[in-house]
Design a protein around this ligand. Structure first.
Ligand code: FES
Length: 261
């Protein structure tokens, strides 16, 4: 079960490994996928964790900051990552990977029904959906805004897909929220407070002000600089303590953010 004690310091050190790009695929107008040959140790990757990538053999061009890449599939010696088209990569290219970045997404005990709500491309929840389905859980994914452009054929076929409308409503909204053992939402950085605040408010009313710890989380994928908690560039505003997206996230219990203050 993917779970961490609340408030614990996640002290899994990052380690550098080499990877080779095996295949580059443009899967839609918004997304490219890279299939990588990676160190066997990366098979231990868990949903929520990501890699910091940097091209080793890119003559004349070396980005100052590493790119954060999100795995959508992991198996022994192989990893598939996806991100928007832009920087171009080629098969055979050697990469330096620093990993893992971030904590595994904490799951509540005995999750049988997971509700995922995406307000941007759902790349970051795909590995989680695969893992839950492999463990026998049911997964519903609500696609809002940009997320509606995501190619459905890239999602595990077992995932139930619901389409949200512009008011952030979706069919059978109350039923799906009541049915879920856990809810995880994904919003782009500029909309996090608005989206997560509205979701928390709705659940607060629906559940008669009783929201269990760990029941609803927001994913925080800010632009990372150091990735190890040293620069505070990824700080998430919270009433108590400091929350950093890179070392405390990407999943943060929305109860900790106190949207109803
Ligand atoms: S990216 Fe530096 S503290 Fe998070």
């Amino acid at each position: 079960m993917l779970a961490f004690p609340r408030g614990s310091l996640y002290a899994c050190p990052m380690r550098e490994t080499r990877a080779i790009i095996e295949r580059v695929r443009r899967v839609s107008a918004d997304i490219q996928q890279l299939e990588l040959s990676v160190d066997a140790a990366l098979a231990q990757f868990q949903p929520g964790q990501s890699v910091f990538a940097w091209p080793v053999d890119n003559p004349g061009w070396h980005p100052y900051l590493r790119e954060q890449w999100i795995p959508v599939a992991v198996r022994a010696g192989h990893m598939t990552v996806e991100f928007p088209p832009g920087l171009s990569y080629r098969p055979g290219q050697v990469l330096s990977l620093l990993s893992p970045v971030g904590r595994p997404i904490p799951l509540r005990a005995n999750v049988r029904h997971m509700l995922l709500i995406a307000h941007t491309m759902p790349t970051t929840v795909i590995l989680l959906a695969r893992t839950l389905i492999a463990g026998g859980a049911a997964v519903t994914l609500v696609l809002h805004a940009d997320a509606a452009r995501y190619p459905l054929e890239l999602l595990p076929p077992e995932v139930e897909i619901l389409r949200g409308d512009t008011d952030w409503k979706w069919p059978d909204q109350v039923e799906t929220l009541n049915w879920a053992d856990q809810v995880i939402a994904l919003a782009p950085p500029l909309a996090q407070e608005q989206v997560y605040g509205a979701l928390y408010d709705q659940l607060y009313q629906l559940r008669h002000q009783l929201i269990p710890d760990g029941y609803v989380s927001g994913l925080f994928y800010q632009r990372l600089a150091c990735g190890v908690g040293a620069c505070t560039a990824c700080q998430i505003p919270a009433p108590k303590g400091t929350i950093l997206a890179c070392t405390d996230g990407p999943a943060v219990d929305l109860k900790r953010l106190d949207f109803r203050r």
